[in-house]
Design a protein around this ligand. Structure first.
Ligand code: NAD
Length: 311
């Protein structure tokens, strides 16, 4: 309850005012959860339909970044990639030049670690607090308010962000200094891409050997082969009714999104000379699957590609 309106008298009860930039598939439900938690949310997106949706949900729609952020205590960004975050923060009339001096920036986009650290440095030079706080949990997690936030930044900024993140997520983890939230995100998603390919190969081999898929699931999901890609997001129809395999591989988490994250991981591995041969192979396989016209398919659909393409 940021502002109570009683008989046309507006009383600010002290809760922080939020600017939310980027009201797409993830940002819109996240902003809605903030509104439902009682925050005043003023949003901006380059797509006017997204602003209409925010207005209809009880938020304020701004006509520019600078109008959205000028009175905000906390500014959340949920944008496609690093170049969008850089432009929204550093552009003319962007966040750095328009925000109040004591404002805190929370970037929840998934972006490269280098840009995240650059932005944190620049925020500090502008007298602003900043954390990187990418999420896991997808659109369903954003809608349900059960996202996991992986956060990087100073303790003070993290503590200030935490109550707000709790209105949008179930697990809020401080992973260390600036950029460490993004580091956790790329490591996790590289592991996810690799493990989905591994689980898919195991089911394809089981088919070839005449082993029933349900039997493999019953055994491996309780044995040493268990992992999230098998137990929760099984890539064959049947064993896990909620997995996209039962819905013709509708996302879920699209191949395009997985490929984006695998490429971020590979760029990070190259720049730090970390050895990630399976991460590199997973990137190549998802790139081939994407190029074959499957960008919008759920990432678990790679099982069919591996079966049919004999890559
Ligand atoms: P999206 O494309 O649906 O939303 C991004 C929004 O940013 C769009 O509405 C776009 O118009 C807006 N935008 C772009 N440039 C802008 C600018 N200069 N000013 C204002 N608005 C601008 O993407 P999404 O699915 O919401 O994902 C957002 C981020 O979250 C991405 O970094 C993605 O990798 C990450 N993510 C997505 C998922 C998922 O399942 N969709 C899961 C985890 C993380």
């Amino acid at each position: 309850m940021g502002e109570l309106v009683v008989a046309n008298v507006s009383i600010d009860n002290g809760q922080e005012k939020i600017a939310f930039i980027g009201l797409g598939n993830m940002g819109a439900p996240m902003a809605l959860n903030l509104i439902n938690a009682g925050y005043q949310v003023c949003g901006y997106d380059v797509i006017s339909a997204n602003l209409d949706a925010l207005r209809n949900a009880g938020g304020k729609a701004a006509t520019s970044i600078s109008t959205a952020v000028k009175n905000a205590d906390i500014i959340v960004t949920m944008l496609p990639a690093g170049k969008h975050v850089r432009s929204v923060l550093t552009g003319r009339e962007g966040v750095f030049s328009s925000a109040k001096t004591d404002a805190l920036i929370i970037d929840s986009s998934t972006i490269d670690v280098t840009t995240a650290r650059d932005m944190a440095d620049m925020a500090k030079n502008n007298g602003l607090g900043m954390i990187d706080a990418p999420v896991s949990g997808g659109i369903m997690g954003a809608e349900a308010g059960t996202l996991t936030f992986m956060c990087g930044g100073e303790d003070k900024a993290f503590k200030r962000a935490k109550p707000l993140l709790e209105a949008m997520g179930a697990n809020i983890i401080h992973a260390g200094g600036a950029g460490n939230g993004q580091a956790a995100k790329v490591c996790n998603n590289m592991l996810l891409g690799i493990s989905m390919i591994g689980v898919s190969e195991a089911f394809n081999l089981a088919d070839a050997l005449g082993l029933d898929r349900q039997k493999l699931f019953d055994i491996s999901s309780t044995a040493s082969g268990q992992c999230w890609s098998l137990n929760t997001y099984c890539p064959v129809p049947g064993p896990v009714p909620t997995s996209p395999a039962n819905n013709d591989y509708q996302p879920g988490f699209s191949v395009a999104m997985m490929l984006k994250d695998l490429k971020l991981a590979q760029n990070a591995a190259q720049s730090t000379q970390a050895n990630t041969p399976l991460g590199e192979l997973a990137t190549d396989l998802y790139e081939a699957f994407d190029k074959a016209g499957n960008a919008g398919v759920d990432f678990s659909g790679i099982i069919k590609f591996l079966r049919e393409q004999k890559v």
